[in-house]
Design a protein around this ligand. Structure first.
Ligand SMILES: [Fe+2]
Length: 178
């Protein structure tokens, strides 16, 4: 309840570019995590309910992604900076809840939302749809953010693979001890 009353702000002073960039990724992240939570329950009614919510989240994402595409056309330098900020420091709105670290690890171990999903199903689809890594004619600061984004994504991909390997080893150990 405290969390609901306090609300959530990613940065202390976000402007419209920061906000649109953040919510584009965040709405997609909620779509994926709601859908996967439903599947995890193996409870048909819960699955249907969360699938319905995930459909709405997708519409929110498309709306914000369209705004982000328009912002990129109008103000590419400011928008690339906002995208870099949103991607490089991405946190879900629940990150200020008590024990979020422990909870998010449980969520990752359950395969509901982990770095592989974040990279493959949240970051990359938006990056590809907006052509963020292939945009040309950018100013020097925007090109630097584009470059940083490319490196960040490669790094996230490698970290995701390391996490998957650790999780698989963990699961194998647990299966052996059963
Ligand atoms: Fe939403």
């Amino acid at each position: 309840m405290t969390h609901m009353i306090q609300g959530y702000s990613r940065t202390n002073d976000p402007d419209v570019f920061d906000t649109i960039a953040y919510v584009t990724f965040q709405e997609l992240a909620t779509r994926i995590s709601h859908r996967n939570t439903g599947k995890y329950t193996r409870e048909p009614l819960c699955e249907r309910l969360l699938s319905r919510i995930a459909t709405d989240e997708n519409l929110h994402m498309v709306f914000y992604r369209n705004l982000l595409a328009a912002a990129l056309e109008l103000a590419p330098e400011r928008t690339m900076a906002a995208i870099w900020g949103a991607v490089s420091d991405f946190k879900m709105p629940g990150s200020t809840i008590d024990n979020f670290g422990r909870r998010s690890l449980q969520i990752a171990m359950a395969g509901i939302y982990d770095l592989r999903i974040h990279h493959d199903e949240v970051l990359m689809p938006v990056v590809r749809q907006l052509g963020l890594l292939t945009l040309t004619g950018l100013s020097a600061p925007a090109a630097a953010h584009q470059d940083a984004l490319g490196k960040f994504l490669e790094d996230a991909d490698a970290k995701a693979t390391r996490f998957e390997t650790r999780r698989a080893a963990n699961e194998a150990r647990r299966a052996e001890s059963r």
